[in-house]
Design a protein. Structure first.
Lengths: 878, 134
């Protein structure tokens, strides 16, 4: 075998290429001179002799080319030469190169950024959970309301799962000898939760089944950072007793650093199924996680759960109607019901944007290619093969997209950082890891390469089919094959416009949906309201009297503050949910505890409706007389009244609540209030509300709502001062304006919608710039024609309409195709849309208007130049 | 790893009657044989020699010689050295190496065998070609 020797020789060739090149020149020159001399000797004159020598030698350049190809590794060497040449070519047109690279950097960068986020949420899995892709998240109806009894039935009946765990976030008071009692976030979990997710304490032991038996000695497991901050990482904590909600509990373990599950908490305690917990109507904020058995898919698990749900609904129609099991992947817990849909469609959107960028570049290259046809023709005349020309042009494209990809990497980094910052309000962010992994790199490289092929291939193929002779004769003005080039670029423009329309229409319905959610009539005027939640520790505020006295004094002080109009108390604020309580309407057939239905209730103080800007429509508001021993009263909202007493006067109607299985006293409806949303607008069953007076229905820490006459933010410090004047050690949530707190309710949706809008705007900009470039190029090529037209008396208006006709035709076609496709594309978003149809006419109308306007602008800029042409100059124009 | 060769010895489009293309692959044989017979020679000398020996019947597209020489050198069949030519100009002289002699022997044998085969076809009775083989 001789190949090792050849290989070695070629490696030498690669290294000493330059010297060998000049040696070949010497050798060939020697050859030609010798031949010429011999020819002279046979009697030719010197110039004939030289010509004959060259003729006998054959194609000098192709010999050199072949020689070079054999000298070293042909591919490597020509690649280097092509790269050098491509760099030079790109360097000669810095403007073009800059535009192209920037376009690509944005297109590729935004894509990679969205992929990084999508990757972190959907593919990478959650590092704090073992095999999070096998763990499903389950609720009853969207986002809430599992009842413990349902959970037990699910766990007993479902064959698709290895195991199920139930969790529930609670606030507890924690006290020990070392410090003041304080409120802490805890999570109640079923005993096998940590085993289910595959994590165990680094210190002490996991919960055991014996810990969740009613009457078992209370135990707790600590979060690592809480152990660190509160107990100074004291290992002797295991076995020590602390008081949780006043009762002694033993700390049995500490979880690993950084571990939280499922959301921020300081400690975990076992969820003990007390009779109250076991009530089927008790649909608290419990969530269920299940680990799928081997071979089970999310679809089959979902199907089985739905069957079980239907069975339970038949067995317990009163409590289970309207609460079917909803099965989602693990990420669903963190990012809401439509995670895959939202991230998928975002991804699709940025993909479309990249396609637009590609079409743009293809057009730019095409325009440039026509300008380069003379160069290419010369190269082909000199013996460059078609593949050689295509390769050279493709290398230029690849280089552009490599630069674009490189810059795009930074765009992506900054994009992800911005997204990260925008996500800060969400603790969900803490469980996500946005550092790029191999998938992100692979994706970046793949889209860069794919992009290069996509935008480079068409112009390269077109150029390589040049008619060499015609082009050279044409003087390189580049008008040869113009019609076909025009058709291709018109086609590209139409495609860009269609994609832009789809994106705009998609963003449009998302925005409308967001507006519908956001401006859905919450039923309050939130602008001038400041809110805060003082945390009253049980040690200093042991009973209702002490707590009420604190709120009364705070209320009085705040009301006396300049700029404050009114102050009210409430157990929660609009959109932040409501308590679910078992109830019975007066006159309805009594049912057993298991099937007792629940209603949504908010505990409020007098003046709540006035402070929020809602109204009491009939009857009366609560007043200071609605206190402990007075007649128990309630206010219902219109939705509640209409649902339970349709066509009747709700005033004077009675219902009662249950604590455990014990009925409480009857409550009399004394007022009907206007509707206020406590949950999202699409959930009417949770927005039929009753209001209970705070002195009759004890609630935990109350929201203090302050209506101001000045901008609410300006009273933050005053609020704090007043609270601390009463109790200097009091921790407090806020104060935040009501708007701020309502917005955090929407931040998720706002982010997605904002991102969609940004992507669509970039896409529109790219498409408009693309159109502008194509028209500008066409106008500059037709300068002479314009000049002739003007010389013959065409008015500026005629030229304008000429340019517009050329420009707006593909826009019109693109618009038509885009509108037609957006019906189909937007349907994908349907489940995410609130009160807006995928084919919303207003959105499509606005979209069309925006697109036509941008396109017209894109045409007008170059058209203006055409109108200003001086005929005398234009005629001389080459 | 396999290094592919592009065919060498093809001729420029030229339809002057009676002149044959240099057969693919035979260029190596011709060059090695020339160098073995005449000793060190520069490229022009080799080209002229091949043309002379074939009495100008083999029309060599002279340029194609150089890539072939490079490849033969890479294979180690020939070596090259710069030196003064007859008229005292700097020229690159090629000479055959020992592995080149072996290659020459191999190629000669192949060629002989090929020629014998062709001869058998050309020398046989035409009808016999049509007979069924036993």
């Amino acid at each position: 075998m001789s190949w090792p020797r050849v290989l070695a020789a070629r490696v030498r060739g690669l290294v000493f290429g330059g010297r060998l090149d000049s040696q070949l020149e010497d050798e060939l020159r020697f050859h030609l001179e010798m031949q010429a001399e011999d020819n002279i000797r046979t009697g030719m004159n010197p110039s004939d002799a030289r010509y004959e020598a060259m003729r006998r030698f054959g194609g000098m350049e192709s010999v050199k080319e072949e020689y070079r190809e054999s000298r070293t590794f042909a591919a490597v060497e020509t690649l280097f030469r092509d790269l050098r040449y491509a760099l030079r070519t790109l360097g000669q047109k810095p403007g073009f190169t800059a535009v192209a690279v920037m376009t690509l950097a944005i297109g590729i960068g935004v894509n990679a950024a969205v992929f990084t986020v999508t990757n972190a949420v959907l593919f990478k899995g959650f590092a704090h959970i073992e095999r999070s892709d096998r763990v499903l998240y389950m609720t009853s109806s969207e986002g809430c309301c599992v009842s413990y009894s349902d959970f037990e039935d699910w766990r007993a009946q479902a064959k698709s799962f290895q195991g199920m765990a139930i969790v529930h976030g609670v606030r507890v008071t924690l006290s020990d000898k070392g410090g003041f009692p304080e409120y802490r976030d805890a999570t109640e979990v079923s005993a096998d939760t940590f085993r289910l997710i595959g994590r165990e304490p680094i210190l002490g032991r996991d919960f055991a089944t014996s810990d969740e038996v009613p009457g078992a000695a209370p135990v707790a497991i600590l979060n690592y950072s809480f152990w660190e901050s509160r107990f100074g990482k004291d290992p002797s904590i295991v076995g020590r007793t602390v008081r949780i909600n006043g009762a002694p509990a033993t700390v049995v373990g500490v979880m690993p650093p950084g571990f939280i599950f499922p959301q921020n908490q300081d400690l975990w305690v076992p969820l003990v199924p007390t009779p109250n917990v076991l009530k089927r109507a008790n649909r608290d904020t419990w969530f269920v996680f299940g680990r799928m058995a081997d071979g089970v898919t999310i679809q089959s698990a979902r199907a089985e759960m739905e069957t079980i749900g239907r069975r339970l609904e038949q067995a317990y129609p009163l409590t289970n109607k309207g609460f079917p099991p909803v099965v989602r992947n693990f990420a669903g817990f963190y990012i809401g019901p439509n995670a895959s849909l939202i991230y998928g469609s975002l991804w699709g959107a940025v993909g479309f944007m990249l396609l637009i960028a590609c079409a743009n570049l293809a057009n730019l290259l095409l325009a440039r290619a026509l300008g380069r046809s003379r160069e290419i023709s010369i190269r082909m005349a000199l013996g460059a093969g078609r593949w050689r020309v295509v390769r050279q042009l493709l290398i230029e494209s690849i280089m552009l997209s490599a630069f674009g990809g490189f810059l795009g990497w930074w765009v992506a980094k900054w994009g992800v950082r911005a997204w990260d910052l925008a996500s800060k309000p969400s603790w969900f962010n803490h469980v996500l890891d946005y550092t790029p992994d191999y998938r992100v790199f692979a994706y970046l490289i793949a889209i860069s390469a794919g992009t290069a092929l996509l935008f480079g291939l068409a112009p390269a193929l077109r150029l390589s089919k040049l008619d060499v002779n015609a082009t050279l004769k044409d003087g390189g003005r580049g008008s040869t094959g113009g019609a076909r080039g025009n058709r291709l670029s018109a086609l590209l423009v139409a495609a860009e416009m269609a994609l832009a329309v789809i994106l705009l229409a998609g963003a449009g319905v998302m925005i409308r949906s967001y507006i519908n959610t956001y401006s859905a009539d919450i039923g309050v005027q939130p602008e001038k309201i400041l809110t805060g939640i003082p945390n009253l520790p049980a040690s200093r505020y042991p009973d209702a009297t002490a707590r009420m006295s604190f709120y009364d004094r705070l209320k009085t002080r705040l009301e006396a503050t300049p700029g404050v109009e009114s102050v009210a108390l409430a157990s929660t604020i609009p959109l932040w949910g409501a308590a679910r309580l078992s109830y019975e309407l007066d006159g309805s057939t009594p049912v057993d505890e298991q099937s007792r239905p629940a209603l949504s209730a908010v505990t409020i103080g007098p003046g709540y409706f006035r402070t929020l800007g809602a109204t009491v429509l009939s009857g009366r508001d609560f007043n200071e007389g609605d206190r402990f021993l007075a007649t128990p009263v309630a206010i219902v909202n219109q939705r509640f009244a209409r649902r339970f007493w349709p066509g009747e006067n709700p005033l004077g109607k009675r219902f009662r609540l249950f604590i455990g299985n014990t009925p409480q006293t009857w409550l009399t409806v004394v007022g009907v209030a206007s509707n206020i949303l406590q949950s999202d607008v699409a959930r009417p069953e949770l927005n039929a509300l009753v209001y209970l007076p705070w002195r009759q229905m004890a609630a935990g820490d109350m929201n203090v709502l302050v209506r101001t006459s000045v901008p609410p933010g300006s009273l933050r410090n005053t609020f704090r001062t007043e609270v601390h004047a009463l109790d200097s050690d009091l921790p407090m949530f806020g104060p935040l304006t009501l708007i701020e707190r309502l917005q955090t309710r929407y931040w998720d949706k706002a982010r997605y919608t904002g991102l969609f809008l940004i992507v669509a705007a970039i896409a529109l900009l790219l498409a408009a710039v693309g159109l502008c470039a194509v028209i500008a190029h066409s106008v500059s090529r037709r300068t002479q024609e314009m000049g002739i037209r003007m010389a013959q008396g065409a008015a500026a208006r005629d030229l304008l309409s000429l340019v517009f006709r050329e420009g707006m035709l593909p826009v019109g076609i693109g618009l038509a195709i885009g509108l037609a496709s957006s019906f189909a594309v937007n349907r994908v978003l349907k489940s995410e849309l609130v009160q807006v149809s995928p084919g919303d006419p207003l959105t499509l109308l606005v979209t069309s208007a925006v697109l036509i306007f941008s396109a017209a602008l894109g045409c007008w800029i170059p058209a203006r130049r055409a109108m200003r042409v001086d005929p005398a100059v234009a005629l001389r124009h080459d | 790893m396999e290094i592919r060769y592009t065919p060498v010895g093809y001729q420029m489009k030229d339809d002057r009657a009676g002149k044959a293309d240099v057969l693919q692959g035979t260029l190596v044989l011709l060059v090695l044989r020339t160098l073995e017979a005449l000793g060190p020679l520069h490229g022009y000398g080799i080209a002229r020699r091949i043309e002379q020996i074939s009495e100008e019947l083999l029309q060599l597209n002279q340029g194609t010689l150089y890539p072939a020489l490079l490849r033969m050198e890479q294979e180690g069949w020939i070596t090259s050295k710069w030196g003064p030519s007859d008229n005292n100009r700097k020229a690159k002289f090629y000479s055959i190496s020992s592995s080149g002699r072996k290659q020459l022997a191999r190629e000669t044998k192949d060629w002989e065998r090929m020629r014998a085969t062709i001869d058998r076809f050309l020398g046989s009775i035409p009808d016999a070609l049509g007979d069924e083989l036993p």
